[in-house]
Write a protein that binds this ligand. Structure first.
Ligand code: SF4
Ligand code: SF4
Length: 81
């Protein structure tokens, strides 16, 4: 199942759970460097973050499922074709 995922970067707390769960689901281990989503601090106080999906993202929606702050939200299922 593939999902359209909406971003609300203003809600992101920088917890990086999304990176952890993505790497675990795709690579079988908790390694943010292998995640298909990247969260980066955009200010010196680590108060604001940018969120970027790798082109290889499978739109599985798992990162959004585990994003407690709803910076990532599953909007609707995507259908092939
Ligand atoms: S997008 Fe959600 S899960 Fe990922 S770092 Fe931000 S708050 Fe945490
Ligand atoms: S939707 Fe993309 S970034 Fe999120 S867990 Fe799935 S593959 Fe990783």
């Amino acid at each position: 199942m593939a999902w359209k995922i909406s971003l609300n970067e203003a809600r992101c707390t920088g917890c990086r759970i999304c990176e952890m769960i993505c790497s675990w689901s795709d690579e079988g281990g908790f390694d943010p460097s292998r995640s298909l989503i990247t969260v980066e601090s955009i200010d010196e106080k680590d108060a604001h973050f940018s969120i970027r999906f790798d082109p290889g993202c499978k739109n599985c929606g798992l990162c959004a499922t585990y994003c407690a702050s709803k910076a990532l939200v599953k909007e609707k299922e995507q259908r092939d074709g």
